[in-house]
Ligand binder design. Sequence first.
Ligand code: DQA
Length: 155
Amino acid sequence: MGDIILSEGNSTDRTVFVLNGPNLNLLGMREPEIYGADTLDEIAGRLEDQGHALSLAVDIRQSNHEGHLVDWLQEAAADRALAVILNAGALTHTSIALHDAIKAIDVPVIEVHLSNPAAREEFRHKSLIAPVAKGTICGFGALGYALALDAASKF
Ligand code: DQA
């Protein structure tokens, strides 16, 4: 399956990238008792409206491939994005490449998780994103993305 570009925003406003990692294309049908009933499309629609109200362009993407997320983090820096909101999915717990990519760029990254990984299996307790993120929002379901966009609007 290819990458999903859900929204590209518009060119006049400052842009916030919203990057989603592996399996997040399945939101809505994937373990809804953990991740909620909203699809990524529905979340994207709401973020676009919120971005519009905040005069922010919101560029929302999903990929199951680590390297694509690295490329997009570098693209956010090249585009002088205001912020990146990143739900790296399971790569959160394993990816030195994403850790290094975030360190290498000059754009603040807000780590988001729908669930609260600290309250789940032990292997989810470690985040390689958290030490290089500006902050982390987790455990509030899809609302976490909205909270992160609100935070980004104040950068
Ligand atoms: C997740 C939490 C991760 O542990 C998991 O691998 C995901 C989703 C979340 O949003 O709660 O894919 O990032």
